[in-house]
Design a protein around this ligand. Structure first.
Ligand code: ZN
Ligand code: ZN
Ligand code: ZN
Length: 378
């Protein structure tokens, strides 16, 4: 197979190969499930390439463990489904009309089933209607089956994540032009949002501009707070490329010289983040990467101020498996892609976070974000 990281842009066939459907069927059978029911969302997209809109009308890829898969689509969505990458899979598209009950149609085609896997993001209205249509079937999460596949990125997926990383890095390089004392977080975020789209993302997933005390709240988004000279600012940004793959990177900036205590713990954080990235290689557990970062921060006396896990997997979702967290003994494999983003947060004062997306390769971790991790003083 060609290595898409070396030869030109990544294509739909690299990212959503036709062979995936068979791999999913095999995994479904192995997990003891009779079928997966995949409504619009990341699970459906991962398996078929179809980025379908979630609607009250049922679209559902039905993947029986031992029979031909088919896609239930509302008649009016049929042209969109047929124009999507799912058309390459040679599936049957089962169009249903406005007066029909698509859940009954799917159930009739499925026949007797004991256990079905529902897309993790299926709406409750659909899962409850499937329960009525398939009263004998135990419902479990399709994620239990799909995580094993989705965690292990193909070379094409890694190439797409690398492309996303380069795109968001180009935005971080522009942040010093946007960050000025006297501007509000919201105004800065608006400029960043525009730059995220201009850098080649299709959608903006989030823009966090957390100045001064707001920096101590990891998921602060933006506010009308006016940024002051001498303040550290946490900027955590990400978006989704047209091909579905996501970016996510955090850098911390300072408008002029930061407070002395901030500078001291920023250096601890920088060392912790670097050590955790350097510890990545096949065979080490996800939780040991978390421990590497956490020990350095704790030894320096900031343990209680690192209030979240070290990272999350990333792919066609910004947050997906594997989670880099205590208790996750999953050993790393080449192809795992995840964030390494320790932070130190002093409530009421300020905070800092440094985040890179890292992919585990045969020889170690490769950072997909490459802008400086030193404190950027503007
Ligand atoms: Zn987050
Ligand atoms: Zn993240
Ligand atoms: Zn982030």
């Amino acid at each position: 197979m060609r290595d898409p990281s070396r030869l030109g842009p990544v294509t739909d066939s690299d990212l959503y190969p036709v062979s995936r459907l068979a791999a999913v069927q095999e995994a479904t059978a192995k997990a003891g499930l009779d079928a997966l029911l995949l409504t619009p969302g990341p699970d459906l997209r991962y398996v078929s390439g179809y980025d379908a809109k979630p609607l009250e009308r049922l679209t559902c890829l039905v993947v029986p463990a031992a029979a031909e898969p088919y896609m239930m689509v509302p008649r009016l969505e049929l042209p969109a489904a047929q124009a999507s990458p799912a058309a390459r899979l040679g599936l049957d598209f089962v169009a249903w009309d406005e007066t029909e009950d698509p859940y009954r149609i799917a159930a009739r085609r499925l026949g007797e089933v004991a256990r079905v896997g529902l897309a993790d993001r299926m709406w409750a209205m659909s899962s409850l209607r499937f329960r009525d249509a398939l009263p004998g079937a135990e419902q479990v999460l399709a994620g239990n089956v799909l995580r094993e596949l989705r965690m292990r990125k193909s070379p094409g997926e890694v190439a797409a994540l690398r492309e996303a990383g380069e795109a968001i890095d180009s935005v971080h390089r522009q942040v010093p032009q946007f960050l000025r004392a006297g501007r509000t977080e919201r105004a800065v975020a608006r400029d960043i949002a525009e730059a995220i789209l201009a850098a080649g993302h299709d959608t903006i997933d989030f823009v966090i501009v957390a100045s001064g005390p707001n920096g101590a709240s990891p998921h602060h988004e933006v506010s009308d707070r006016v940024i002051q000279q001498g303040e550290p600012v946490v900027v955590d940004i990400g978006g989704q490329l047209h091909n579905g793959y996501c970016s996510d990177s955090t850098r911390t900036y300072s408008l002029g010289e930061p407070p002395a205590d901030f500078a001291a713990y920023y250096e601890v954080l920088r060392r912790a983040q670097a050590a955790a990235c350097d510890a990545v290689r096949p065979g080490v557990t996800c939780e040991s990467i978390d421990a590497t970062a956490r020990e350095i921060i704790a030894e320096a006396g900031y343990g209680e101020h690192f209030i979240h896990r070290t990272g999350h997997g990333i792919g066609i979702e910004t947050h997906e498996e594997p989670y880099i967290v205590a208790g996750n003994g999953e050993p790393m494999e080449a192809g795992f892609a995840f964030s390494v983003e320790p932070g130190i947060y002093l409530a009421g004062r300020h905070g800092a976070r440094i985040e890179d997306i890292v992919v585990c390769t045969e020889t170690g971790g490769e950072r997909l974000n490459t802008t400086t991790r030193e404190l950027v003083i503007i």
